[in-house]
Write a protein that binds this ligand. Structure first.
Ligand code: 6YU
Length: 498
């Protein structure tokens, strides 16, 4: 059957596209997406470094297995390499940390011995697992993951590392600083001191060894878009305000006001704007404003910055089998993940590089990772200044004063006006309730007004897969299903205009 309800989706990222897909398939014939920019995909964005494909936003399918909708779609559209499709790859349980072959370099110049590093790495990974166990338990010893890890490392080092010399011990503590910086990137947080210990375990991983899209993540967007009716998306159409509980427009409870002044009446709006955008613009985006409990959750949840710096070399300075390079600052035995003087030493926050593989496809390209305020500062520098800082860094850690990058290109997610950062993490003081509040439609339950006027999708609204593409897809489907089941339970004479 065909349903004439007028539905507006704000944002043409993967969650908005997924919602539209589901609604159109279910027979809703008046669905529109309003997108602020000139493209679809949002934080799925594939670019080029020379003639090589690079991902500016989402990189991997985290946990490619049968339960992962992104994996299933990518397989259906034949977008994956054969290795990713094997049952062995789908069954591997990596717990969110792919078993990559590492190289470690030290700030005094040259490779570090992996044997000296492993005990610290091992201890850090154990503590990360333990950090996840406080969720729903109450009585966690610290409010944030950073404090918990530091205090436990201190205690455990006293017992387990008592027989090693001071220099080796200090190096292990510097490795902990490096791993804290890695976690800042994984979580999209400025510091692990901003990530809630009690809510850290809310995030769940799926089985499967993370894989990439050989032709670019945007292939997924292109395939999904090709199945939507043409003209469904209006580009370059930022929404300024969603007027809900609207009494002006007779019959339509919502009125969407665009930046160009156009006003569009709707029965339902699905809002998929990123949490970073919502934090900055909630007071003007909704009229009446968001209810207090929802607003508090928007503020409590964290939305930080994680950026990439792609660097191409003529020849590798890392091992042929190396998949990740860690840069260990040998003066950081205080277990720190923040840089004291951002303007002078922001580059110290860059934890290292992942190596783009296979080499036949990419040549010698590294992807540097940098999170937090240091990353936001990096965005303000010119490409030339970033290149200079990266060149100095690589020269220092390799001890080779002549190594020179061929090309450098970085992302700038914090200054993207429609994203305002990278992705969501459970900020200090967060709980499960905050994610429930995020996904709650307006008006809140129990109100006498027309239900389901504004629905919320997007990665920040998934209770356990926030910060991911699969989380975003599932939220789009969830909100589409909410409307589909609403209309299937409404008796036909109540179906206005249908
Ligand atoms: C994943 C990965 N990945 C790296 C980097 C980034 C992200 N993610 P969208 O923003 O896409 O769409 C909203 C649209 O709305 C957009 O088009 C706007 O233009 C538009 N809009 C805004 N305002 C508007 C207005 N007013 N009017 C109209 N339109 C408006 N995810 O699965 N694998 O490898 C990575 C990574 C650098 C930036 C990622 C990854 C996150 C995903 O990209 C992201 O979740 C989805 O694309 C979001 O889709 P959406 O539709 O919701 O929003 C505890 C613990 C936690 C541990 N977490 C660990 C998980 C690891 C996460 N890792 C990510 C890592 C990388 C590297």
């Amino acid at each position: 059957r065909s349903v004439n309800a007028k539905i507006i989706i704000i944002g043409c990222g993967i969650s908005g596209i997924s919602a539209a897909h589901r609604l159109v398939k279910a027979g809703f014939n008046d669905v529109r997406i309003l997108e602020a920019t000139s493209r679809s995909g949002g934080r799925i964005k594939t670019g080029r470094l020379g003639n090589k494909i690079v991902e500016i936003g989402a990189n991997w399918i985290h946990g490619p297995c049968e339960e992962n909708p992104v994996f299933c779609l990518a397989r259906q559209y034949r977008l994956l390499d054969p290795e990713a499709l094997t049952p062995e790859n789908q069954a591997m349980d990596i717990g969110g940390h792919p078993p990559w072959t590492p190289n470690f370099f030290g700030s005094s110049g040259g490779k570090l011995n992996a044997e000296d590093i492993y005990p610290a790495q091992q201890m850090f990974l154990e503590l990360l697992n333990e950090s996840s166990e406080f969720q729903g338990q109450k009585g966690e010893p610290w409010s944030c993951v950073g404090d918990f890890i530091r205090s436990e490392v201190q205690q455990r080092a006293e017992e387990q590392w008592k027989d090693i010399d001071a220099t080796s011990r200090s190096l292990r503590l510097c490795v902990i600083s490096n791993m804290l910086k890695v976690e800042c990137c994984v979580n999209g947080a400025h510091s692990m001191d901003e990530v809630s210990l009690g809510a850290f375990g809310l995030y769940k991983t799926l089985p499967g060894n993370d894989c990439t899209f050989p032709g670019g993540y945007e292939g997924l967007i292109k395939n999904l878009m090709s199945e939507l009716p043409s003209g469904l998306v209006t580009y370059n159409r930022p929404v300024r305000c969603v007027h809900w509980n609207n009494t002006e427009e007779r019959g339509n409870p919502v009125m969407v006001e665009c930046d160009d002044g156009e006003r569009i009446a709707a029965d339902h709006v699905i809002c998929t704007v990123p949490l970073g955008y919502l934090k900055k613009h909630h007071s003007t985006l909704f009229h009446p404003p968001l209810p207090l409990h929802k607003l508090c959750s928007v503020q409590r949840l964290g939305f930080g910055t994680n950026n990439k710096i792609f660097v191409e070399f003529d020849a590798p300075w890392w091992d042929a089998d190396c998949e990740v390079i860690y840069l260990v600052w040998e003066d950081e035995d205080a277990m720190v993940d923040e840089v004291p003087d951002v303007q002078r030493s922001w580059i110290k926050k860059l934890f290292g590089f992942t190596v783009l593989k296979p080499t036949e496809r990419y040549g010698h390209v590294l992807c540097g990772w940098i999170a937090g305020h240091e990353s936001e500062y990096m965005e303000t520098l010119s490409e030339q200044e970033v290149t200079q800082a990266v060149t100095q860094l690589v020269r220092r850690f390799t001890g080779n004063p002549t190594v020179t990058p061929k090309r450098v290109f970085r992302s700038q997610w914090f200054h993207d006006p429609w994203t305002c950062g990278s992705y969501t993490h459970p900020g200090k003081g967060c709980s499960e309730q905050d994610l429930d509040n995020m996904m709650e439609p307006l008006p809140s339950k129990g109100s006498q007004s027309q239900p389901l006027q504004v629905l919320f999708a997007g990665e920040a609204t998934h209770p356990c897969y926030f910060s991911t593409v699969h989380g975003a897809v599932l939220t789009g489907w969830r909100e589409a299903d909410r409307l589909i089941s609403h209309y299937s339970s409404v008796r036909p004479f109540e179906l206005r205009k249908s």
